[in-house]
Design a protein around this ligand. Structure first.
Ligand code: NAP
Ligand code: F7E
Length: 328
């Protein structure tokens, strides 16, 4: 039975990846931080077969301990402070967790496998935020990185450190440069979920508006369930490498609003949407659109869910959840 250790198991991707690996017969260990993590119950409810270990990406010895207990064939490093807006307000903490945490995870694997670092395969959750002020359209593995936030800068550090450990120690370390991916499990602080939740509440008469920031930003949005499949496929390759994972389509926040409100029968969303500078960012990533040709060719991966289906899935899920909460 193959064994996997996932950091960030309480997050959106950690849950989908746990489900995928369990369905493939893996023994799955999940690293969880904190002495009484409020998301523990969620993990236990959704993926009860995951074995939970405590540890923190800022604590090297906790990572080594987790490796010693789980003895994994594959490590998926999904743990991070992942909210871009928050990263300006907590830049040092974001650098420690999202950046230096990757070095800790790589170093833990190197120390744990001192005789042969290639015996544990390693996945790093890199991000399209590394492209920031984009230097090419669309963005591929060869596009120059120009991060625009402390989060993006920390991800660039982790990305190059992963490549460096591969080149220095022969580690089977791959980096997935994933574009935005969403789902009903997305945190409510991210724009897609903020909109799907608000639309559900507005259509049920619970709220009358939603307040957002920049409506003109464009993102390449895919479905998280599809993207974790790409992570797994990367670690099944003979050679470790870096791959862009994207739908190769871009849409604006305005298009997101149009589709989300249309899902509940509202054609004109404008009366329900307010804007507030507090949701604007000090430096914006205006346009992201990926070129995932390499992943499609080498990994045989492609997204199954496209933007309209994703928005519909999220709004319908929030409608069901909000109805339940309101006792409707
Ligand atoms: P998420 O829902 O925000 O999950 C982040 C996870 O990291 C949570 O389980 C969180 O645990 C954990 N974490 C935070 N600080 C930690 C620490 N100090 N030590 C150990 N774990 C810690 O993020 P996601 O959307 O699933 O994304 C997974 C990974 O992919 C992240 O690295 C993210 O940056 C990256 N990524 C995401 C996207 C996307 O569009 N979703 C795109 C590209 C890359 P708590 O629950 O305890 O906070
Ligand atoms: O913002 C605009 C905002 O917070 C998307 C993370 O998973 O994907 C995610 O980062 C866009 C931005 O995601 C609001 O200015 C407008 O242009 O949903 P988001 P993100 O910043 O793209 C990347 C790939 C990651 O790696 C990250 O971990 O939406 N926007 N109004 C807003 N965004 C938010 N959150 N809230 C608003 O009210």
């Amino acid at each position: 039975m193959a064994r996997a250790l996932i950091t960030g198991v309480t997050g959106q991707d950690g849950l989908y990846l746990s489900e995928l690996l369990l369905s493939k017969g893996y023994e799955v260990y999940g690293l969880m931080r904190g002495q009484n993590n409020p998301k523990r119950a969620l993990v236990e409810a959704i993926v009860p077969d995951v074995k939970i270990l405590t540890g923190d990406l800022t604590d090297l010895s906790s990572l080594i301990r987790a490796l010693e207990i789980s003895r994994p064939d594959e490590v998926y490093n999904l743990g991070a402070i992942s909210f871009v807006a928050y990263s300006w307000e907590n830049a040092a903490l974001t650098s420690d967790v999202t950046g230096r945490g990757v070095l800790n995870a790589l170093e833990a694997v190197r120390l744990y496998t001192h005789d042969d670092p290639s015996k544990v395969r390693f996945y790093q959750a890199s991000s399209s935020e590394m492209f920031g002020k984009v230097q090419a359209v669309p963005q591929s593995e060869n596009t120059l990185l120009w991060p625009r936030s402390p989060y993006g800068v920390a991800k660039v550090f982790g990305h190059y450190m992963t490549i460096n450990y591969r080149e220095s120690y022969g580690m089977h370390a791959s980096s997935g440069i994933l574009f935005n991916h969403e789902s009903p499990r997305r945190g409510p602080e991210f724009v897609t979920r903020k909109v799907s939740q608000a639309v559900a509440r507005i259509s049920l008469g619970i709220d009358d508006s939603v307040t957002l920031g920049n409506l003109d930003a464009r993102r390449d949005w895919g479905f998280a369930g599809d993207y974790v499949e790409a992570m797994w496929r990367m670690l099944q390759q003979d050679e470790a490498d870096d791959y862009v994972i994207s739908t190769n389509e871009t849409h604006s926040i305005r298009e997101l609003l149009e589709l989300a409100f249309a899902e509940v029968g509202i054609d004109d969303w404008a009366p329900y949407v307010k804007q507030d500078p507090r949701y604007m960012r000090p430096a914006e990533v205006d346009l992201l659109i990926g070129d995932s040709t390499k992943a499609r060719t080498k990994l045989g991966w492609e997204p199954k869910v496209h933007f309209p289906g994703l928005v519909s899935m999220m709004v319908q899920s929030d409608l069901a959840e909000q109805k339940k909460l309101a006792g409707l």
